[in-house]
Design a protein around this ligand. Structure first.
Ligand code: FAD
Ligand code: N01
Length: 539
């Protein structure tokens, strides 16, 4: 096995990378390019991260394929061909596998192995990384490419173990085909995953119950086969288009209207929303510049989408239940669907409100709500999300200087300078960590930006003969305060979202991603590099 080191022997490397999603794969490629020895440890049985685990029916990307892909290699981006506007999970997984093969990455990846602990040895200036298979790896650098949405979460509902049918979590979907034909299926949750899965499961199942606590806003995807002219346009000058995308607020090249929603007459506003609704996808939120900053502006977009829901769903009571009213549109991750609302017009689909009567127990034969209503099910699908942004990092027992624990340091919320590095934890790097734009962006753009910045930083250190880097406490504090301040100027904190940690009982309520924009953030990072890394100590 690559990287095998069992018992007392310790494998020595320049870097250990945790995770073989797009972040880990690109990090490995770049570190090799710097002549470093590096090893990825990956819990899954293959590469692809998100796209290896999330095999649920309907799983697909909502960033256009032409943009949700690596830009670091011109031949790769010219040669790879996407079949649809928004690629489905199997195609994205094939792409990840292609990248791994093309750059010969697999020989340095250990699959089916989970990192359990990482300890910084101050005297040696090295990380000791331990796995659930007894491996001991010693490395100067430890890169957590563990993913923001990789720690799947099943809610604590009593009786789960008593259920006699099959249970699934969207983020841990089995590899063999799951066929719901003829079954009574219960889907718990109505986030992005459920919104993609529900229309597909509805076509198979005899009866589908969708258990909804909080309705979400969803925009039609208008997915379609790849338009060849559009593909040619991208490929005619891929590098230049990517450069523009990198400076956008979300790392996605689309038009953001710079007007305020409140500065245009109602009929013009309606025209703009109709146009965006017809075009489909997350670009809906770019309809006006202030949708995420001004409640009144936001109300106009939210009301438009509520109107669309009422127009699609025939049963008025079901339509009313599906209309979100408890959070501003976009402050929970906007969803993108293919016929989600239409699915509730099917005779075999029923929406169950579990806000008014929560799921009290799972029984051997189904679910019971408070008040006693029972729903018989052959299968239960948990589309209940993830311990986002910090879950996978903190699942590893990480100890920095003087044995200090990252879990303790982050007990009141994550603290990282630029979302990249943590004071007291030298040479520990986070890819798309909390405090960076990460989940508010096209993640491929954010992953490449972090990996490139870190790689350049390592080159800089080598030129100065330095082997250790760590942010100062002051720089970290200032960045964390800045992230909170910028987040606080938006409507995001109004929602009980996973961005806020609100989906995990006991998790501190902190708005975790940096909302200042991908382009602004890149400029900030680049300026720090150009000035010789102020805010960091190198030795
Ligand atoms: P991941 O792909 O999550 O990979 C992390 C890997 O680390 C995993 O394979 C995991 O097994 C491994 N790992 C974690 N902890 C350990 C450990 N202790 N030991 C060993 N291995 C470990 N983003 C977008 O930009 N656009 C989209 O449309 C989009 N759609 C999404 C759809 C779904 C269903 C989900 C869940 C996420 C989506 N995302 C999307 C976000 C997506 O996670 C990122 O785009 C991207 O794939 C993240 O790559 P990554 O390498 O950072 O993390
Ligand atoms: O998870 P979620 P997800 N009883 O946390 C409900 C990305 N992604 O996997 O809101 C009843 O959004 C919970 O209800 P509530 C994307 O970034 C992208 O769907 O807490 N319900 C909620 O409805 C996304 O945001 C795509 O009241 C319970 C749902 O479960 C992120 O991944 C596709 C419950 C969880 O929704 C996560 O999405 C898929 C309980 N006890 C994912 N516990 C694209 O399309 C939880 N819920 C790109």
């Amino acid at each position: 096995r690559p990287g095998q080191a069992t018992g007392e022997s310790t494998e020595a490397l320049d870097a250990v990378i945790v995770g073989a999603g797009f972040g880990g794969l690109y990090m490995l490629h770049r570190l090799r390019g710097l002549g470093m020895t590096a090893r990825i440890i990956e819990a899954a049985g293959g590469v692809g991260g998100t796209w290896w685990w999330n095999r649920y029916p309907g799983a697909r990307c909502d960033v256009e394929s032409m943009q949700y892909s690596f830009s670091f290699d011109e031949r790769l981006q010219q040669e790879w061909r996407w079949s649809e506007r928004f690629a489905a999970q199997p195609e994205i997984l094939r792409y990840a596998e292609h990248v791994a093969d093309r750059f010969d990455l697999r020989r340095d990846i250990r699959f089916n192995t989970r990192v359990t602990a990482a300890r910084f040895d101050e005297a040696a200036g090295r990380w000791l990384v331990l796995t659930d298979r007894g491996d001991r790896l010693s490395a100067r650098y430890c890169v957590m490419a563990t993913g923001c949405l990789s720690s799947a979460r099943v809610p604590d509902i009593p009786g789960i173990e008593s259920f006699r049918g099959r249970t699934y979590h969207t983020g841990r979907w089995p590899h063999e085909e799951v066929d719901f034909t003829g079954q009574r299926v219960a889907v718990i949750g109505t986030g992005s995953s459920a919104i993609q899965a529900v229309p597909v499961i509805a076509e198979q199942a005899k009866q589908l119950f969708v258990f909804q606590r909080t309705p979400n806003f969803s925009i039609p995807s208008r997915n379609r086969p790849m338009d060849e002219a559009y593909e040619r346009w991208w490929k005619s000058d891929y590098a230049a288009h990517r450069r523009r995308a990198r400076m956008m607020r979300t790392g996605i090249l689309y038009h953001i209207d710079e007007r305020s929603a409140l500065d245009v007459p109602p009929e013009e506003r309606r025209r703009v929303y109709e146009e965006r609704w017809a075009a489909g996808g997350t670009a809906f939120m770019g309809a006006f510049a202030d949708l995420l900053r001004n409640q009144q502006a936001n109300d106009t977009a939210a009301e438009f989408v509520r109107g669309k829901i009422a127009g699609i769903v025939r049963d008025p009571a079901t339509a009313a239940l599906l209309q979100p009213r408890d959070h501003p549109i976009g402050t929970k991750r906007i969803c993108v669907d293919t016929h989600y609302y239409e699915t509730f017009n099917r005779a075999n689909v029923r929406l169950v409100d579990v806000r008014s009567a929560p799921i009290e127990a799972i029984t051997p034969t189904g679910l019971r709500l408070r008040g006693g209503a029972e729903f018989a099910a052959d299968s239960i699908v948990f589309a209940t999300g993830f311990d986002a942004m910090t879950g996978a990092v903190l699942a590893v027992d990480i100890r920095g200087r003087s044995g200090a624990s990252l879990r303790e340091k982050w007990a009141a919320g994550p603290r990282a300078h630029l979302g990249l590095m943590v004071a007291g934890f030298p040479n520990l790097f986070l890819i798309t960590g909390p405090g960076s734009p990460s989940v508010l962006s096209n993640m491929m753009v954010s992953i490449e930006q972090h990996v490139d910045w870190l790689s350049d930083c390592l080159v800089h250190m080598r030129a100065r003969g330095a082997t250790c880097i760590e942010p100062t406490q002051e720089a970290e504090d200032a960045w964390v305060a800045h992230v909170a301040e910028v987040g606080g100027r938006t409507l995001y904190p109004k929602a009980n979202s996973w961005y806020m940690g609100a989906n995990i009982p006991g998790k501190p309520r902190v708005f975790m991603p940096y909302v200042g924009g991908v382009g602004t953030y890149r400029e900030e990072c680049d300026a720090i590099a150009a000035q010789g890394y102020p805010g960091f100590r190198m030795s």
